[in-house]
Every structure is written in C-alpha cells, then in structure tokens.
Design a protein around this ligand. Structure first.
Ligand code: FAD
Length: 286
C-alpha cells in the first residue's frame, strides 16, 4: 500500500520509525524490536538508512519483513550523497524485488571528513531518479526550524519546493518540541504552494543523554516547559521516561486537535515507548 493513499484518507494516523543495526551481531535484537513495534499495527513504519549505505541490506530486509509478516506498509529510507548512482539503483532494484513501494528520499549528512561521491548533491536529484525508476510513492525530509546548513528558512522552503516539484508525494518533518514552530512552518509552506501532506515527526525523549545527542545533531529548539522536565527529572531515568512520553502525548493531541493528522514517532527502537504512546492515544488515533 502506498503511503500517499493512506495520508489521502485524511484521518489521524500514527506511524513509527525504527533504525537498522550497524553490525550483523545486533541484527537479531533490532529485528525483535522492529517486530514488536510492527505488532502494534501502526498505519505504516519507516526504516532509516545507515549514512554511508554500508548497511543498506538491513534497511531493505527489515522493511520487507515488517510488511510481509505484519501487513504493515513500510517506508524504506534511502540517502544519496555518499553513494554512487550504481549503488542507488542496486538498492532500488532490491526494493522492487521485495515489493516495497514507499521510499523516503534523502541527501544524507555530509560526513565529518567531507568525503562524498560525485553523483548526487541534493535529495531533489535522487527524487527525480526514483520517479523514473519505477512506481514508487516518494517522501522527503523537511525542517520546521530550517535545515542546519541552510542560509535561512525561506531558502530552505524554496529548496523543499524543488523536492516536491521533482515528484515527492509527502514530506516528514524533523523532530520539534514546540508545536507553534510547526504551525508557522505549515503556514509558510502552504504560502509557497507546497500542498503535499506534511507528516509531523515527534520524538519522545526518554533520557537526558538522548536530548544531548539531539541538540548536537540538529540544533532543535527546546521550549522552557520541556527544559523544566529535563531539569527536574533528568537524573531519575524512570521519571524522565514517564515525563517524556507524557510530553510527546500532549504534543500529538495538540497537533491533532489543530488538524495536523499525520503523526510519525521516532521510536528509537523502543517497543515499550511506542506501546505506551499507542495506548495513550487509543481513542484519538483509532
Ligand atoms: P536536501 O533536501 O538535499 O537539503 C540539504 C541542504 O541543501 C539544505 O540546507 C537545503 O536547503 C539545501 N539545498 C537543497 N537543494 C539545494 C540547491 N539546489 N541549491 C543549494 N542548496 C540546496 N539521514 C540518514 O543518513 N539516514 C536516514 O534514514 C535519515 N532519515 C531522515 C528522516 C527525516 C524525516 C529527516 C528530517 C532527516 C533524516 N536524515 C537521515 C537526515 C538527513 O539526511 C540530513 O538532515 C541531511 O543533512 C539533509 O538531507 P535532505 O534530504 O533534507 O537534503
């Protein structure tokens, strides 16, 4: 099933993201977590792609198994900046063989040593190629606070428009902790004529170390109310987990109350967190 058709229904949807292992010895435990999350029957699940492409087989395999064993539509991420055109097309063929219809097309981060392949510079080029390579539903990333490398938000939104014009069917946001940032972003993208569905990416923060990593990676704004939770519960893991899940639940309820119906949760491969959110939202996202 194509994700654009699920989103076109317009009802509240809940989807989950998992990430693949970096090494074969971790495959079994990651697979177990992904299956436990799939058993919660989300509207769809996404599987991220290791930055350099060296673990692409895990992304494809987990995405295929989620779909086959649990009947959950899967979305395989694919990055391009560190890959050759040959590698990208090899992965596209594997996805076709496994019947995976949905791809989140990304540039990928520039590695610390700055070494990239020459075939792709931007995600829009990848989207163009996927469009020609088969009948895929294509998603792309967007950044309510602006991408870290972008000159400003206006430029970033203009480049987002290029991705949509290249053929992407929906966009998923980077995590954010203040819904007003998303409402402002939505106003600005619609003003630019970007009318594809925007899926809101929500990260339940369940530990202090998690937020340190996020801050370093993305420069995401932390609202005062959120920082108060970290301050008060950061050193008490069980309390922090409960508070982080409650915060994400409230964020999601506010989004749905304001008409943002497509919710994607960055589960960090934690089935208990995904299950708790599902339970908290059981009457809101049926
Ligand atoms: P692009 O859309 O290509 O944009 C990158 C930068 O270039 C932006 O600043 C943009 O404004 C600018 N730009 C775009 N086009 C042009 C142009 N024509 N001229 C000048 N500037 C331009 N990373 C992974 O490695 N694996 C994953 O699975 C993964 N999943 C993700 C899922 C989501 C929902 C999100 C939000 C991010 C994900 N990432 C993942 C991270 C992503 O790869 C990085 O944020 C990366 O730095 C940018 O990718 P992009 O596809 O948004 O790039």
């Amino acid at each position: 099933m194509k994700i654009r058709d699920i989103l076109a229904e317009g009802r509240p949807t809940l989807s989950f993201e998992v990430f693949p292992p970096k090494t074969q010895d971790k495959y079994e435990s990651v697979e177990k977590a992904a299956f436990a999350i799939a058993a919660l029957k989300p509207d769809f699940m996404s599987v991220t792609y290791g930055a350099g492409g060296g673990t692409s087989q895990y992304t494809v395999q987990i995405a295929a198994d989620i779909k086959e064993r649990y009947g959950v539509p899967s979305l395989a991420h694919l990055t391009c900046v560190s890959s050759t055109r040959e590698k990208v097309h090899q992965v596209l063929e594997e996805l076709k063989e496994k019947g995976i219809e949905n791809i989140l097309a990304l540039r990928g981060d520039i590695p610390a040593d700055g070494k990239v392949e020459k075939d792709y510079q931007y995600a829009s080029q990848l989207i163009n190629e996927i469009k020609q390579a088969g009948d895929f539903c294509i998603g792309a990333a967007c950044y309510p606070e602006g991408h870290v490398e972008s000159v400003n938000k206006t430029e970033d939104i203009l480049h987002l428009k290029e991705k949509v014009e290249a053929g992407c069917d929906f966009v998923t946001t980077q995590m954010f902790f203040d819904n007003n940032i998303l409402y402002n972003f939505l106003y600005r993208v619609r003003e630019q004529g970007i009318m594809v569905p925007v899926v809101a990416g929500i990260m339940p923060v369940t530990s202090k170390s998690q937020i340190k990593r996020i801050g370093l990676m993305s420069g995401t704004e932390l609202p005062v109310r959120f920082r108060a939770l970290l301050d008060r519960f950061g050193d008490d893991p069980a309390a922090m987990k409960q508070a982080g899940i409650a915060y994400a639940t409230e964020q999601i309820i506010d989004l749905i109350a304001n008409g943002v119906n497509a919710i994607h949760v960055y589960t960090m491969n934690k089935p208990d967190v995904a299950a708790k959110l599902r339970e908290n939202l059981s009457e809101i996202i049926r």
